[in-house]
Design a protein. Structure first.
Ligand code: GAP
Length: 517
């Protein structure tokens, strides 16, 4: 179920509460580029820590690196990105708008699919419990016709893509009378390929300078360092190299907020293995990565695998972990069985041997690779989408009021505890400061003494702070405070000396890690 209104509210909330800003906003922004604010950058850092520690600390045989964004231009020839990292582009001559031809076709298919779903919904209402969807799909004439239309388009599109037949891709758009969403016309240009890599010049004199690229994925920085890490770390197969870093793609259709950006961040891990063991490890990483998501408690039903039918030329298998975003299930992470393609290509283009001598089999070979690849920004969006909730709650006058709360998994919350003196006098701020000074070494805390306590609670609900600690007059007498839970809003009196332990129990990453393995 898609929810455009909720999505709009999430975007507005992200801005209002310092999570995500449009880049260069005072100059009217830069399309598909975003900045993370004071709370957003904390959440992002926590996501990265959760990912990197789960790779490096939980696996003895995985190490992290941090490679440069600029790389030798031949890297991108070897990886296939210069030749094949393209999207098919088409322009509408009337609106002058540019589209990805494959997206236009996919959206057309989606519309036909929606009609099928509506037929099914109607029939379901009519027949109630006796409704058999499978039978309906295979017997209802309208559904059969629509489904065969979808199959026909998909088949034509698959063949055209395999043959890089751009004329045929245009013909599919014409034959299906696909119109421009802006002008409504069918006045299309030819389809042409558009490379997604940004380029720039290295060197001070532009005529002599070499053309280099901003990396479109962090993975190649891992491949070209495979031998360095293997030798200096004396790594034995299987072993992994993990890296977090910026990637850049000149996306034609950049929309849905931080879902598809032109500058984004990836968390990628290449797991080097013995050839022949790829199915076993592909399966292992599928399970491990799904578990990493599930233990965050955002609902197992919000994730699903989507196996790729059209595999890239180097891939033996590929699957996406999709998340139920407000605009439907979409790719959050990719898990790819990449064979020895990348290392072999770099071996060929660089002339350097990238082989592994296996002491167990006495053989040298180029290792195979299983890759896990997830966008930090997409992970951020999945958390924000799930966390955002509007609730009607009872207030002090016996009436109700609404609150917006971000139920961010506690371990990832930007601020773990807010320390709030009830009033700004009578020694309460001094005691609150003492508590803050004790907790700040372990947790990101916030001290706030402005506005009524109710307003302060709301502000912290809105940024997802798991605990509010209120210091009141009783605190001066018995060294206790009230501890308010973000999700249940229940307030308990607890001893000041127990605070660190209670907050730690709920917000540490360790308890998540223990559930993963
Ligand atoms: N090394 C493999 C690779 O880059 P990919 O499927 O192109 O594979 C991996 O990208 C992940 O990176 C995606 O699952 C997504 O989370 C993220 N990603 C890709 N393009 C993105 C974009 N334009 N904006 C934000 N995240 C993106």
């Amino acid at each position: 179920m898609t929810n455009p209104d909720k999505f709009k509210k999430i975007i507005a909330h992200a801005k209002e509460y310092g999570f995500v800003f449009q880049s260069s906003e005072i100059y009217d922004g830069l399309s598909a580029v975003y900045d993370y604010g004071q709370n957003g950058s904390e959440l992002k850092n926590n996501i990265k820590k959760y990912w990197l520690d789960s790779m490096v600390m939980l696996h003895e045989n995985i190490v992290g690196i941090d490679s440069a964004i600029f790389m030798h231009p031949t890297v991108w020839k070897a990886s296939g990105h210069v030749g094949a990292f393209n999207d098919p582009l088409i322009d509408n001559k009337d609106s002058k708008k540019r589209y990805r031809a494959d997206v236009l076709i996919e959206e057309h298919i989606e519309k036909i699919n929606e009609k099928i779903e509506k037929e099914i919904e109607k029939a379901q209402m009519r027949f109630g419990n006796q409704f058999d969807e499978k039978q309906f799909r295979t017997t209802n004439q309208r559904v059969i016709e629509r489904q065969s239309k979808i199959d026909e388009i998909l088949n034509r599109f698959k063949k055209a893509t395999e043959l890089s037949d751009l004329n045929e891709i245009k013909q599919i758009i014409i034959d299906n009378e696909i119109t421009c969403p802006v002008s409504g016309s069918k006045n299309w240009t030819d389809v042409r390929q558009f490379n997604l890599m940004f380029d720039t010049k290295l060197g001070s004199v532009s005529e002599d300078a070499d053309l280099i690229y901003l990396r479109p994925e962090t993975a190649q920085g891992i491949f070209v360092n495979y031998l360095n890490v293997q030798k200096t770390g004396r790594m034995k197969l299987p072993f992994g190299i993990a890296q977090i870093g910026k990637a850049f793609r000149n996306e034609i259709v950049a929309r849905q907020f931080i879902f598809r950006m032109r500058e984004f961040e990836q968390m990628e891990m290449q797991f080097f293995i013995r050839p022949g063991e790829e199915d076993k490890w592909f399966d292992y990483w599928k399970k491990n990565r799904m578990k990493w998501h599930e233990v965050l408690g955002m609902g197992d039903e919000n994730y699903r695998f989507h196996d790729h039918q059209n595999l890239a030329h180097y891939a033996k298998a590929a699957t996406d972990i999709e998340f139920n975003f407000p605009f439907g299930f979409k790719e959050l992470e990719g898990i790819h069985s990449r064979t020895d393609f990348d290392l072999s290509q770099h071996q060929e283009h660089s002339g350097k041997k990238l082989q592994y001598f296996d002491p167990e089999t006495n053989e040298s070979y180029v290792p195979f690779v299983i890759e896990t690849s997830i966008g930090v920004d997409r992970m951020f969006l999945s958390i924000l989408s799930h966390a955002y909730q509007e609730e009607i709650i009872p207030n002090n006058d016996g009436n109700t009021e609404s609150r917006v709360v971000l139920k961010i998994p506690e371990a990832l919350a930007p601020i773990k505890a807010a320390i709030l003196p009830l009033v700004k006098k009578d020694g309460l701020p001094e005691l609150a400061r003492t508590i803050m000074n004790e907790l700040k070494y372990d947790f990101n805390c916030s001290y706030e003494d402005k506005d009524s306590i109710g307003k302060r609670y709301r502000r912290h609900d809105a940024i997802g702070t798991p605990y509010c600690i209120t210091v009141d007059h009783q605190s001066l007498q018995d060294n206790t405070v009230t501890l308010r839970d973000r999700d249940t809003m229940v307030q308990k009196r607890v001893e000041i000396s127990k605070l660190a332990e209670i907050i730690n129990q709920k917000t540490n990453l360790k308890s998540l890690f223990k559930q993963i393995n």
